[in-house]
Each structure stands twice: as C-alpha cells, then as structure tokens.
Design a binder for this molecule. Sequence first.
Ligand code: FE
Length: 181
Amino acid sequence: MSDIVDQLLARFEENGSEHYGEDVTQLEHALQCAELARQQGGSDALVVAALLHDIGQLIDDAGNMAERHGVDARHEVLGEALLRSHCPQSVTDPIRLHVEAKRYLCAVRPAYEALLSDSSRLSLRLQGGPMDEAEMQAFRALPAFADSVLLRECDDAAKRSDWIVPDLASYRPLLERFCGG
Ligand code: FE
C-alpha cells in the first residue's frame, strides 16, 4: 500500500464534498471526469489524470476562494507539483495543461466559450482569455496536446447532477499502478 495513494484518497474524503461551481461536488466532478475519459477511449493514464485534474483545489482550498476574489491560484500548477514525483508525465502533463486547453478550445471553437459555465468563464478571464495564434501553434506542438484537450472536454462535461458513476475506491488499483512509485 502506498502513502501517496492513501493521501490522494484522503484528500477526496476530507475535501471532496466541497461544491465544484455548480451542481456537483468536487468528488462527483472528479469521478464523472474519469468515467468520461474512459468512455471517450482515453488511456489508463488519462483516466488517472481526469480523476486527479483538480486535486490542486483540494490541497489548497484557498484556490477556489482566490478565484472568487479575482486572483488565479493556478490550481493546475499546484496539482502537478503534488503529483510530479509520484506519477508519470502521461498523468501530470494533461493536468498541468488542462487550463491551457480551455484557452485553446475557446480560440478554435467560437461556440465553445458560450457553453462554459459562469465560473469557467470567470476563471478564463483570470487565466489569460483565449489563446492567440502563436500560443495555439505552440500548444499544438506539445506531446500532451491531444490528451490535454480530451481531458478538458471531459472536465467541461463532468457536471451532471443526476449521474451515478463508479466510486472512488474502484480507482485504487489504477492509482497504485500510476502513482504508487
Ligand atoms: Fe475540473
């Protein structure tokens, strides 16, 4: 049994009942995101990334509060920093880039920004708004580009109030495999 996996599961148990913006809790959001990644054919690493993509908000609840007060707490960077020494880049890169992926999607799909929730649109402003042409080009060239965009699309859809998905305990084997080292 690995310490980091226990710590990660404990974070969800302690802080996962916090609300994630709209209709779901942080834990429900994470579980739905992981299930969507699986349904979309994401790799096992991406399923782990989807489960853990907002862990930065659970290790530093100030993250959520800060956004409401007009400061970007960079939860994607906090999350990556926590996981970096335990998980492979196939997990940490899409987590680090899931905010950039939102900026990318807003730039390439004009209708995308309109579909964002109010809190996502507010945080987009704090995160720098849609990418410009040079930023898009650089982003597309990253090895984790496709996974980051897929994670983002799952993230945006993982806000359903009426969806029962596999529970947190069911992810322990996958977490042990990817984050146990
Ligand atoms: Fe999220």
